[in-house]
Design a binder for this molecule. Structure first.
Ligand code: SF4
Length: 387
């Protein structure tokens, strides 16, 4: 099954740690509207051009509006994009359709309109339930606005709400991070993503660190906070199914809340990305769009796909990615791996695998080699030991 991704490159304000492509602030209301209108026309053109290629006509089971802040768009625009996608591609009737949303950009009424437009999953950027953290991260919302936003999602009819939290902020204590997780539990989201604060090159945060205005947390404390996160969430009814992702365990017979879109990425399923900076992957080709709105719009005005680059994955690259992505998420099916790559990982890496199992870092689960909570903490190191 395949996936569709749409990158909406607008934010009200650029957060100090973020290196995703988005533009902000927009100087004037008129300027913003016209830029948004031109972007939407370009996006629709990109969808039309891609849909002309018969290769891409297979069933799609997820659509993800990411960014940027897609919730800044009017719900009628989201609806028009969804209608266009449905008219050009085979979208499954039970498709997971996610909208990334930031508190401070939506209210109950707007959320209801997104729900009616066809969105059935919200992924909310909350990051912290402490106002001083939000201020440090230069988020546009407060903790109480974030909580209200989660409640508004439920009131608007969303039954699948995820939110993102960030740990390892400078000077963050275990007690403060624990309080974040406890406040998250009061809201009972179906899914939580917890990310360690990454210092991305050339972001304002990176420069603050260079100037010694901010001291990043050390790696030992980072590992402690991460281990605590895993223990806390798994003992509160969440299943860890990827390094940073936790889904609420479903009652028997109910669908689980793992993000199907991200699982498709990690399983090497096909996906098409639209919008500036969006990536696509098909068979063994990967390509990506220009990360700049002006040439993106210009090229599509001329009916040209706005490509910035691409690569052909060799069998070795494919295999290395399969190991890395499998270990990061739901494990490697060893038999499937043998059939796909004609390589027997279990005999070739027998010593490493048995060591990992003995140390409690991995386990075998119905033919799948999976990392345990302890293994997820050491995931990068473990991936490098496989050959
Ligand atoms: S709202 Fe999200 S995408 Fe926009 S700048 Fe902040 S972190 Fe980046």
């Amino acid at each position: 099954m395949a996936s569709l991704y749409l990158h909406i490159p607008f934010c009200e304000h650029k957060c100090i740690y973020c290196d995703f492509y988005s533009v902000a602030p927009v100087e004037s209301e008129t300027g913003h509207r016209s830029l948004e209108g031109r972007f939407l026309s370009a996006l629709k053109m990109e969808i039309e051009l891609r849909a002309e290629d018969q290769r891409f006509h297979e069933p799609y089971e997820t659509i993800f509006f990411g960014g940027g802040t897609p919730s800044l768009l009017h719900p009628s625009e989201i609806e028009k994009i969804l209608n266009l996608l449905a008219s050009r591609f085979a979208i499954q009737t039970n498709a997971e359709i996610t909208l990334e949303t930031n508190p401070g950009t939506v209210d109950k009424e707007k959320l209801r309109a997104f729900r009616s437009a066809g969105i059935n999953r919200i992924s909310m950027g909350i990051q912290s339930f402490h106002d001083e953290d939000l201020k440090f991260l230069t988020r546009i919302h407060t903790a109480s606005e974030a909580k209200q936003c989660v409640r508004d999602c439920t009131a608007a009819g969303f039954e699948n709400v995820s939110f993102d939290l960030i740990f390892s902020l400078p000077h963050q204590t275990l007690a403060k991070w624990k309080s974040n997780l406890e406040q998250a539990m009061e809201l009972q989201p179906e899914h939580i993503s917890c990310y360690s604060l990454i210092i991305e090159p050339e972001t304002p945060l990176f420069h603050m660190i260079q100037l010694n205005e901010v001291t990043p947390i050390d790696s030992e404390r980072d590992a402690d906070l991460y281990e605590f996160t895993i223990d806390f969430l798994t003992s509160h009814g969440y299943e860890q199914y990827e390094v940073s992702n936790f889904a609420k365990l479903a009652a028997s017979g109910k669908p689980n809340f793992k993000c199907r879109h991200n699982l498709n990425y990690w399983n090497h399923s096909h996906y098409l990305g639209f919008g500036p900076s969006a990536h696509s992957f098909w068979k063994n080709e990967r390509w990506w769009n220009i990360s700049d709105l002006t040439p993106y719009i210009k090229q599509l005005d001329e009916r040209t796909l706005p490509l910035a680059g691409g690569e052909h994955l060799t069998e070795t690259q494919f295999m290395e990615e399969a190991i890395f992505l499998g270990l990061r998420s739901e494990g490697i099916d060893l038999e499937q791996f043998r059939r796909r790559f004609s390589r027997n990982l279990s005999t070739e890496n027998a010593f490493i695998i048995s060591e990992l199992i003995q140390q409690g870092s991995a386990r075998m689960d119905s033919g799948r080699l999976r990392l345990t909570a302890k293994g997820y903490v050491l995931c990068d190191e473990i991936c490098q030991t496989f050959h």
